[in-house]
Write a protein that binds this ligand. Sequence first.
Ligand code: PLP
Length: 355
Amino acid sequence: MHKRLFIPGPTEVAEVVRQEMSRPPVGHRSEEATVLGGRVISQVQKLLNARGPIFLSTSSSTGLMEGVVRNGSARRFLSVTCGAFGDRWHQICHMNGKPVDALEVEWGRAVRPEQVRQALATGKYDAVLLTHNETSTGILNPLAEIAQVVREFPDVFLFVDAVSSVAAARIDFDGLGLDGLLAGVQKALAVSPGFSLMAVTDRVIERARGIENRGFYFDFVRHYASYEKKQGVTTPSTSHLYALDLQLARILEETMPAREARHRLMAARTRAWAQERFALFPEAGYESITLTAVRNTRGVDIPALNEQLAKRGAVIGNGYGRLKNETFRIAHMGEIRLEEVEELLGWIDEILGLC
Ligand SMILES: *Cc1c(COP(=O)(O)O)cnc(C)c1O
């Protein structure tokens, strides 16, 4: 039996979208592939309000995170981290031998714009790495406010990991003046895992041209050439392109305001449930709208709870890394509807004898 995914990725994929993946492959330099690529690009541009280059990457999101590290800074990165995915970006800088300093915020708390301003005022940095929705702690960082601060420093580029917020929270890439934003398809975009996308500005490409040793697979100059041709850098997963083409059309049809409202409703319901029975992990006012991180105040055995949920055809997420068992995470993103969240919460109450 399939277990419905209330984990923070991968998420449920609509049947029609999954079926798109079984289409026969076409040559990746063919007219069909080029038309398909062009259609996906223009839908991503609409989704993010980004008029500039879009990269389509046959990799999980972490590949593009590494791409940013290889291409995004000519001097020194400031990696802003409030959880495991921010830490990952910082670690990728280290492993690529890139100069970087971390601005570390306590797990469970959000990044404050003032902290970013103070760090940038040192004049040491030409690029900021920021996680929008920190999936490990359930924090949604105040992106608009932070972007406004970064714009006070015209030569500093802001790169955003929006892996678990794109297609749930509205993001105005051009309006916010971001320089790069990346997302995998297996979170709120609700497509099978293995593919990711990114919006960048032209000045990112200009900077990349002057940087040595950009690597090959995630060389943004090569990705830019591919964007212009509407083709993959190497052989892309055309299965994902087909699925993404349909799923983006479905998302744009639902409309982003409606989609964000649906996510906010599911999050509010889950938070209310969690506050009555447990406590929330993230600080008040900055809770994610795609997942709820719950403080496991009752010491519930999460694997055992999941065994019981499995019998009902569902699975939730344990805490991430060092937060395992101390917290657990209920994801409500992508295809999941409020009724399904209600059903899940009812099951948990029943299993734990909380009702
Ligand atoms: C899931 C996730 C990632 C990693 O994505 P992959 O597609 O597994 O590489 C990175 N950042 C955030 C915020 C995530 O939620």
